[in-house]
Design a protein around this ligand. Structure first.
Ligand code: 5GP
Length: 252
C-alpha cells in the first residue's frame, strides 16, 4: 500500500489504477480486487484478485521478455503492484484465437466452439464501453490515426510471437491456450510494446477441449458463485505459475 501513498492518480480503469512515479519514464500500476463483465454492467470485488492478477501478469510478461517480446514490465511489488514503463496506450484490444470460443462463435456461427483455428485468428477492437468495443480492421486503425502501418505490423508480429511462446508454455503444463487479449502502448514514435496486463481476466485457458474446466474469467461471465470464481483465480495462479500463492497476498 505504502508505495502508492500520496502519489498522483493519473488514470483509473475497471480493474486497475495508474499512479505517477518519481521517474517520469515510469508509472505505477495498482491492480484492484474488482472484477467486471458485460462492459462493466456486472461488478464485484474478490479479495486477493489484485494480487493474483498482478503476479500472473508479471510472470507471463517475464516469459515474453525472455523470448524477446517487449513489454511494459519493469518490476513487480508484492502484493498487487507493477512498476511499468510509461507508454502511450493505444485504444485497441488485440485478440488472438487458437480455438473458436466466445464472441467469435456468436458473431460467426459457422465456427463451432472447440474448433482449431489454424493459422490463429488475430482481431482488433476499438476500446469503447458504450459501443461494446467494435471490431476494426487495419484500414480503420490507420484512417482513425490510432496507429501507423508499422505499428500495426509490430502489433501483429508481437501478438503472434507471444501466442507461440504462451501456447507452448501452457501445453507443457497440460493446458489449452484458447485465446487471449493484449493491449499495446507507444514507447517512442512508431514503436509499440505490450502493456496493461495478461492473466485469467484476459485469456481463455482450458483443461479440456470442451471448455468445462477452465482457469479464466468465463465462470464469472456465465454466473458462477463468487466463492467458486475466487477458487478459480487461485487455481489459475497455481497452474500458470506452478507456485503456491502467499496467504498474505490472498488476504490483501
Ligand atoms: P471474446 O471476443 O471471445 O469475448 O474474447 C476473446 C478473448 O479476449 C478472451 O480470452 C477474453 O478474455 C479476451 N477479452 C475480450 N475482450 C476483453 C475485455 O474487454 N477485457 C478483457 N480483460 N479481456 C477481453
Amino acid at each position: 500500500m505504502s508505495i502508492i501513498k500520496g502519489r498522483q492518480l493519473i488514470a483509473e480503469g475497471k480493474t486497475k489504477r495508474v499512479y505517477l512515479h518519481d521517474d517520469p519514464d515510469k508509472v505505477i500500476l495498482y491492480f484492484k480486487n474488482d472484477i467486471t463483465a458485460l462492459d462493466g454492467l456486472k461488478h464485484d470485488v474478490i479479495t486477493g484478485k489484485g494480487y493474483i492478477n498482478a503476479y500472473i501478469t508479471k510472470y507471463l510478461f517475464e516469459k515474453l521478455e525472455k523470448a524477446g517480446i517487449p513489454t511494459q514490465l519493469v518490476e513487480y511489488v508484492f502484493p498487487n503492484i507493477i512498476i511499468a514503463k510509461k507508454i502511450q496506450m493505444l485504444p485497441l484490444e488485440v485478440v488472438c484465437r487458437n480455438i473458436a470460443a466466445g464472441h467469435l462463435v456468436k458473431r460467426l456461427p459457422f465456427f463451432k466452439t472447440g474448433q482449431q483455428l489454424n493459422p490463429p485468428v488475430v482481431e482488433f477492437f476499438y476500446k469503447s464501453d458504450e459501443l461494446h468495443d467494435p471490431m476494426v480492421n487495419e484500414y480503420h486503425i490507420q484512417a482513425l490515426r490510432v496507429a501507423s502501418e508499422r505499428e500495426i505490423s509490430q502489433m501483429k508480429d508481437y501478438t503472434l510471437k507471444a501466442n507461440l511462446v504462451l501456447k507452448d508454455f501452457f501445453a507443457k503444463r497440460g493446458l489449452i491456450f484458447v485465446d487471449f487479449k493484449i493491449e499495446f502502448g507507444r514507447l517512442t514514435a512508431d514503436n509499440v510494446i505490450i502493456g496493461d496486463e495478461l492473466n485469467g481476466d484476459s485469456m481463455r485457458l482450458w483443461a479440456t477441449l470442451d471448455g468445462r474446466r477452465a482457469f479464466d474469467k468465463d465462470g464469472y461471465r456465465s454466473g458462477d458463485a463468487l466463492e467458486r470464481v475466487r477458487e478459480t483465480y487461485i487455481e489459475a495462479f497455481k497452474v500458470i505459475t506452478g507456485e503456491e500463492p502467499l496467504k498474505e497476498g490472498l488476504e490483501s
